[in-house]
Design a protein. Sequence first.
Lengths: 119, 111
Amino acid sequence: NAGVMQNPRHLVRRRGQEARLRCSPMKGHSHVYWYRQLPEEGLKFMVYLQKENIIDESGMPKERFSAEFPKEGPSILRIQQVVRGDSAAYFCASSPTLRGQGASPYEQYFGPGTRLTVT
Amino acid sequence: GEDVEQSLFLSVREGDSSVINCTYTDSSSTYLYWYKQEPGAGLQLLTYIFSNMDMKQDQRLTVLLNKKDKHLSLRIADTQTGDSAIYFCAESLSGYSTLTFGKGTMLLVSP
């Protein structure tokens, strides 16, 4: 059972370009969370999604950032017109449904992260 | 509001016990977690505890929860050099709630 997959692992963008970060949750997991980690900081929650629904986006900046988790395919975190302050590690986590197999729904499993550098 | 505080750094010798401490402010927290992050890697879930428990033990790891003082600790017995990493404490209000993390404690284990 593969873990949470994120790609790319490293992404370099110039100011003003778009960044697209992908996350494939663990098999059987229907809850996806995105977190951002600034240098020497803890992780900050951004958005929580289930398939085709945004459940909580209270941690997401109002402008330039968007997230989706379509019925098919990975979850996407999209950052438009990137600025230097967007440089960070972006982590995705997934957790199973109550009726899913495997671990408890209280456990969030993290991917390896995408390290975004804006030049 | 939610806030999680941790000491930033801990240094121990191999074979000693390590104790990493964490305080949180939200008394509604129902789940408390410990994650480990090695350099350049994602977060690995080590263990978690429900707020109605005082203690949880898992091999070399012991978690103690003092709900009255909102204090959580992680004890690593017989610490090894491979335990060197950043340890994050996190809280959530429910199983599906988002996690609020501390800034992490860097544990350095010297031979």
